[in-house]
Design a protein around this ligand. Structure first.
Ligand code: NAD
Length: 275
């Protein structure tokens, strides 16, 4: 028996990375999945790979009618919507604050924040009429701590976390749960760009060394978190920003901090006098 037997999910940004991985896991757990992405070729390929339990619908999450249409396709094909996973994203505008144009601001916030808002807005009425549902959005540890990512990315992800909490407060009475996932560094094209296998491994080695758990995240790590939030294992969990980052957001280990600040070796054990 699968954890998502009989459930219907819409996953945005499902052509690649965490979204594609989640689509695979959800189908293996019994769900029917509407794979949606603006990348038609790769989105269609993911849906083809998953067979009759999946269907591809192209959509750009920054366009309200396209998000609404993806949800509509899922409900007309399978009759319900149990999980809305607002996951699509990109790096957005980079550079110093004075160099960011209004157009770059708009496209960054439209995809990373407005896209999530559209997903919540159009999933809510369907889930309300069913009296159940789980809305999951991919935020980031960058939404919890500045300095992890460019200005607008970090601000948009913080907005996703706050919107998640606000909407969770409204929809709880309808048994609709609203949660965010905050990944740390995860080996996907968004993080490492279009690399060959050798350079992907170098990325994993370089960033993995700095993670308390000793490796970077894989898309499957995030898919497992999404499965928990989508399934009935989490019926008392709402309004959370679940950190899935190998411990990186917890801070820098105290012994490493000391080495960095003092340039000295590891701290010696402190013993109060006379003990
Ligand atoms: P990815 O590049 O592998 O996948 C992102 C997908 O989103 C792509 O298929 C892309 O085509 C799609 N997409 C981008 N803009 C879109 C739009 N306007 N409409 C529809 N689809 C669009 O990257 P990923 O790492 O799997 O990213 C998934 C989510 O995770 C994003 O929201 C990202 O911000 C977030 N995230 C990633 C990391 C990381 O280290 N990879 C860390 C924290 C958060």
């Amino acid at each position: 028996m699968g954890k998502l037997d009989g459930k219907v999910a819409v996953i945005t940004g499902a052509a690649s990375g965490m979204g594609a991985s989640t689509a695979r896991l959800f189908v293996s757990e019994g769900a029917q999945v509407l794979v949606t992405d603006m990348d038609v070729r790769r989105g269609q390929a993911v849906a083809n790979e998953l067979g009759s339990a999946a269907h591809f619908c192209p959509s750009d999450v920054s366009k309200e009618d396209e998000v609404a249409q993806a949800i509509e396709q899922a409900t007309s094909k399978w009759g319900r919507l149990d999980v809305m996973f607002n996951n699509a994203g990109f790096g957005g505008a980079r550079g110093p604050i004075q160099s960011i144009s209004e157009d770059d601001f708009d496209i960054t916030v439209d995809v990373l924040f407005k896209g999530v808002f559209f997903g919540m807005k159009h999933a809510a009425p369907v889930m309300k009429s069913q009296g159940s549902g789980s809305i999951i959005s991919t935020a980031s540890v960058a939404g919890l701590q500045a300095g992890e990512s460019p200005h607008l990315y970090t601000a948009a992800k913080a907005a996703v976390i706050h919107l998640t909490k606000s909407v969770a407060l409204e929809l709880g009475q309808h048994q609709i749960r609203v949660n965010a996932i905050c990944p740390g560094v995860v080996a996907t094209p968004l993080a490492h760009g279009p690399l060959d296998d050798e350079r992907k491994q170098k990325f994993r080695d370089r960033f993995g060394r700095h993670q308390p758990i000793g490796r970077v995240g894989e898309p499957e790590d995030i898919a497992q978190a999404a499965l928990f939030l989508a399934s009935d294992d989490s019926t008392f969990v709402t309004g959370t920003a679940m950190v899935v980052d190998g411990g990186a957001y917890s801070g820098r280990a105290w012994h490493k901090q000391n080495e960095l600040m003092t340039g000295e070796g590891p701290i010696k054990l402190y013993r109060p006098e006379g003990r």
